[in-house]
Design a protein around this ligand. Structure first.
Ligand code: SAM
Length: 327
């Protein structure tokens, strides 16, 4: 799958649910209940059929995301379906880890390789303020369960917000001296349903990087051809590494290797912007795998060269909620 700008698409993020057990202020606005009805949501069988079409077009990596994937029943069954494609080299999960402990071993046995966990703070009170419905201890226990199950290397994602958790940037980075984790600092992005706040909370990666560079000498880490958009560095002698995801300050669209499958079965070509095509309708009308492939290839012609998101922007390009698109 090569898009009109010569980018090879090998990575698909699948949103398996738009529901979440947390209410992180920057992601699911207060009162958000999830948008799709059960009938709108692709079944595992349907997701596996779309995956078959995509694998035949050269996709080698899937990430299950949402919403919180672990609130959907029997997730290991979907993992096993995806792992059965011999061409697939990597299956990963983005999770808040609250429910990871009871599922980690089954996920690993089904073929999941590793997890990315959202961890915005190391302070229990700040955790409750940001994420509302759970405790920091549950997340830390989920991370421990992932390690015990061998769902590694573990990546932790911290959305940095001025006045909320920016005083913890250095402490988070210092974890990498003693833990084999990659701690990734993410610029807070504007959401259409959450306008106003983001510009006040925004901290640029350049600011974070400046702070972290002064801690100790570091060198760049080669993250491989299927990697996502983070640039990573390892401090001398450290077990883990730090990474930066810079959707606003340094757009990484030129190296974009991904598309998304939404909860409701839309192929979405960019996190920001509506372009893509519906696959659920054709699927339910009996489209064959080759027919789905033709639809995907046709839609791919519309993949934009770049998004035009900017600080404080919450217009039509900003996602309504990350959860149904698969943040
Ligand atoms: N529930 C899973 C989790 O917690 O990782 C997967 C879904 S969540 C939407 C995926 C990632 O999107 C998380 O790392 C989250 O912090 C990030 N995210 C959500 N809203 C964001 C925003 N406004 N700006 C930056 N990152 C955001």
């Amino acid at each position: 799958m090569i898009d009109p700008f010569g980018r090879a698409i090998r990575y698909v993020r699948i949103s398996v649910t738009d529901r979440c057990n947390l209410r992180c202020a920057y992601c699911m606005p207060d009162g958000y209940l999830g948008g799709e009805t059960p009938a709108d949501i692709l079944s595992y069988e349907e997701i596996a059929t779309v995956a078959e079409a995509l694998v035949g077009l050269g996709v080698k990596k899937f990430r299950l995301t949402g919403g919180e994937p672990l609130v959907r029943k029997d997730l290991p069954k979907l993992v096993a379906r995806l792992a059965a494609f011999p061409e697939v080299e990597d299956i990963a999960l983005s999770t808040n880890a609250v429910l990871l402990r009871p599922h980690a071993l089954a996920l690993k046995a089904a073929g999941l390789r590793r997890v990315n966990v959202s961890l915005d703070t190391l302070d229990p009170a700040t955790f409750r303020k940001i994420s509302v419905n759970a405790s920091l201890d549950q997340v830390l226990d989920g991370i421990a369960a992932a390690e015990e199950a061998g769902l590694t290397p573990i990546k932790l994602n911290m959305v940095v917000m001025k006045g909320v958790n920016d005083h913890e940037i250095e402490a988070m980075a210092r974890l990498t001296f003693t833990k084999p984790w990659t701690i990734r600092f993410i610029e807070v992005m504007p959401m259409r349903q959450n306008p106003g706040k983001q510009a006040d909370q925004y901290v640029s990666t350049d600011t974070i990087r400046g702070l972290l560079q002064s801690i100790a000498p570091w060198s760049p880490v080669d993250t491989g051809p299927l990697a996502g958009p983070a640039t990573e560095f390892r401090y001398e002698g450290a077990m883990g590494s730090v990474g930066f995801i810079t959707p606003l300050s340094h757009t990484f669209c030129g190296a974009c290797n991904r598309v998304r499958l939404t909860t409701a079965g839309k192929l979405r070509l960019c996190l920001f912007g509506e372009s893509g095509c519906d696959l659920r309708g054709p699927l339910r009308a009996g489209a064959t795998v080759p027919e789905l492939r033709a639809l995907v290839l046709d839609a791919l012609k519309l993949k934009p060269e770049s998004h035009h998101l900017a600080l404080g922007y919450s217009g039509p390009e900003a996602p309504i909620t990350m959860s149904s698109i698969g943040g």
